[in-house]
Write a protein that binds this ligand. Structure first.
Ligand code: ZN
Length: 319
């Protein structure tokens, strides 16, 4: 066994990379502390702010005049398509370590940002990163994995302007990826990919279990929105409730999915984007033969109970 463990690629074969090895590597990466500041490629600029505002459909006039939206913090120090975060980047290091141990898939889980002040056009931002924690192994819906949390700090000179805790799940994908045909010939529905249920979405999945199509509503301005999220896109309030939709709408667009295979599902699957009566668009599968389907068809929501925990909405053509 090698005594000089400099990088995950220089050590023992996968089968000997135990939990203890992962934890030791994590401690080594944590002990490296904060990286050297990496300077943004370009200074904060109005053209990039404008492009971002358009992409986000953000129209707040205060950002048209040299003030950057705080949520752009990460934008300024992105390494670019062919850039690198640097050899010492602890997130890359933790990813490589877990790849080496067989935890090859990644899923973003959550991200908390703190803004100290607005950035202005012309300021040059730098970023540092350190590994905050590696926690696991945890059994999750997608497989066994480790939660990796890093902390980024953005500064102008020595002044901290924003920071972020960023957590990903690095997991070992489940071995079985076939559609899992059972003896009866149909797909094994216990393998259906399950939706992410979190603070923003649990009301929705509770609704489907009760046969209710729930739409998030902003308690401040009344705007309806789907998919659910923490902030109202119109008034930016975080106070949120929901209404129960009528479940009726019309097909705005649809596609027929033939490949690749989907765990627990029989192909083809028809998926439609539906304009609900309430003015919100909603995506779900459609029951029945896609040959019979046309844009503009009226549909009504039905329920596809997978098990006691999960019921999926499914469109049925209203004849
Ligand atoms: Zn609102």
């Amino acid at each position: 066994m090698s005594a000089s463990v400099d990088s995950p690629s220089s050590v023992e074969p996968v089968e000997t990379r135990s939990h203890d090895w992962i934890m030791a590597e994590a401690e080594r990466l944590k002990a490296q502390g904060e990286t050297e500041p990496r300077l943004a490629r370009d200074a904060v600029s109005q053209p990039i702010i404008n492009a971002w505002l358009e992409a986000m459909e953000e129209t707040d006039p205060r950002f048209a005049d040299g003030v950057a939206p705080p949520a752009m913090a990460q934008v300024w120090t992105m390494p670019g398509l062919r850039g690198s975060r640097g050899a010492s980047d602890p997130l890359s290091g933790a990813m490589a370590m877990l790849d080496a141990a067989g935890y090859t898939s990644v899923l973003g889980t959550n991200c908390d940002q703190v803004y100290e002040r607005y950035l202005r056009v012309g300021e040059q931002v730098s970023v540092t990163t350190r590994l905050d924690s590696v926690v696991g192994p945890k059994q999750t819906g997608v497989g066994e994995g480790y939660f990796v949390t890093t902390r980024n700090v953005w500064r102008v000179g020595d002044e901290e302007v924003a920071s972020m805790l960023f957590r990903v799940l690095k997991f070992k994908p489940r071995a079985r990826v076939s559609t899992g045909a059972t003896d009866g010939g149909g797909p094994d529905r216990s393998q259906i990919i399950r939706p992410v249920v979190n603070r923003d979405t649990e009301f929705f999945w509770e609704g489907t279990r009760h046969g209710e199509l729930r739409l998030q509503r902003c308690n401040a301005c009344g705007e309806l929105r789907h998919p659910p999220g923490p902030v109202c896109p119109v008034c930016h309030a975080m106070d949120r409730g929901h209404v129960v939709a009528s479940g009726r709408g019309r097909i705005f667009s649809f596609l027929v999915h033939h490949a690749p295979k989907m765990p627990g599902r029989e192909l083809p699957v028809t998926i439609a984007l539906v304009d609900l009566e309430e003015g919100v668009r909603f995506v779900a599968d459609v029951r029945g033969n896609p040959e019979d389907l046309a844009v503009g068809d009226p549909v009504v929501v039905g329920w596809d109970k997978v098990d006691d925990e999960l019921t999926l909405p499914i469109w049925e053509v209203a004849r």
